[in-house]
Design a binder for this molecule. Sequence first.
Ligand code: ZN
Length: 259
Amino acid sequence: MLRRPLIAALLLALAACAGGTTQTPGPSAAAVGAARTELAGVEIEPTGRGSAANRQMTARAWNRVQPAIARMCAHFDAEGCDYGLVWSDEKTPNAFADGETIYMFDGLVRYLENEAQVALVLAHEAAHNVADHPAKGARNTALGAVAGAVLGGFLGAAIDDDLTGEGVALGAAVGGATGRLSYSKTYEREADYVGAYIVDHAGYDLADARGLYRVLGGLSGVKTTSIFDSHPASPDRLAGFDAAAAEIRAGSRWPKLKG
Ligand SMILES: [Zn+2]
């Protein structure tokens, strides 16, 4: 049996690990319940856009969110925000980041209804770095190893600069990914929160971006590799996004940092 001081020390250590940087607004139980109702029975289909169009849409979104990410990094005084983006034509609905590079799969983007939703995926991944999550206790899970194995055959390709003209500095680091990072739910909520601000700063309509969580809710029944396992349940994320959007619409320009 563990002695009390040891238990207390363990709990303290856990609490320290889980601590976020921001005052992420927690949705009410009622809001989560409403989101659960909204998402119940949501069925989604691929949009029918082809892979090339999806890739171009992703490049456009990337061009547009990058300045907003840079501003957010400066606001947080964060390092490690110099992300690359790698595209994959793979049909697994997935996206992940390893702390340096975001990997976007056609299998996810083909379900997304608009560019704002693509931007929100990119913003979420970047937000992990903005809030310094890789340094603050990311862990490589066993699934990271699986992702690494999958990446051995990863047909990634840097998105061509000429698709959008400028500013798409994308890594071609195929095989360079050593496993995606996995975070606590606290960090996932925080990344959703900061991601909403990044998308807003990039000039996207939050109402358009919101549908991402419906898509993720619809996809959560699909057996897939990694985008869902470490993330809070979709109703929680949808309600959390709504809380962030309400804060932004009320005039807040930056995520609220802890005092
Ligand atoms: Zn995440």
